[in-house]
Design a protein around this ligand. Sequence first.
Ligand code: BGC
Ligand code: CA
Length: 285
Amino acid sequence: MKAESIFKHPNTLLGEGPVWDQQRQSLWWVDIEQGTLNELKPNIKSNRVFKLGQMVGSAALKAQGGLILALQNGFASFDPDHNLLEMLESVESDLPANRFNDGKCDPAGRFWAGTMEIDPINPAGNLYFFCPNRMKSEKKLDNIYISNGLAWTKDHSLMYYIDSLTYKVKGYRYAKKTGEIKFQRDVLTLDKSLGIPDGMTIDENNNLWIAFYDGAKVCCFNPLTGVLLDQIDVAAQRPTSCTFGGTNLDTLYITTAAKENDPFGGAIFAAKPGVRGLLPHFFGA
Ligand code: BGC
Ligand code: CA
């Protein structure tokens, strides 16, 4: 199946972090390198751009409204209705070569987000969560190259995680109450010919949808058997992440990054693969 390009902002460099907002019927996404948060309303094809003044790796919805963001050097809260950005905690401001990348809320409402070297050579990144009760972060993993896709199973017992340059999806036992994770096994070891595994989402059947940067596709795998179940071809070379959205959660939205001589690089794509996704978890819920 082929994904359809539904929107393209001419300035997009690194489109990332799609989050479906059922209440606003919006797809939030970030352009990490332009430092913008975007609210795309697919039904009316309008896209509102919020300039944050610094790089932004990812965003998640807050239970009380607004968003929590992983900026270049820490966590912040953003109120899109009043254009208010409030820094919550500075993290890794002592590591100017690093920035935050992909992030998502867990089933208990903690915001997990990881870092990477801006020019990724060393495993200098870390994975954190920002806890809504203590309003403070905790480091969960270190030695990461490019912190990317995160997903939790429907029964909340497992967390899946991608460090892109390992070409693996790792599975962790996850304790919802404390946020503790314990490495369980390498769930998928991906062939390099597919591209670089980047962002990820999980569907109602607990299968994983992974965007392949420089691979022009999103692939669906059964994490228990490792079997490739489906492939969505994307006209852009660099798909970066995906999430299910639309009123019925049956549309897979895909973000992409720009690349020289790629006319579709940076566009947002959509496809209906015939399965439904899950609503995102809210920060602080
Ligand atoms: C990062 C990019 C990186 C890409 C590779 C993205 O999440 O933001 O900088 O090149 O992953 O997978
Ligand atoms: Ca990513």
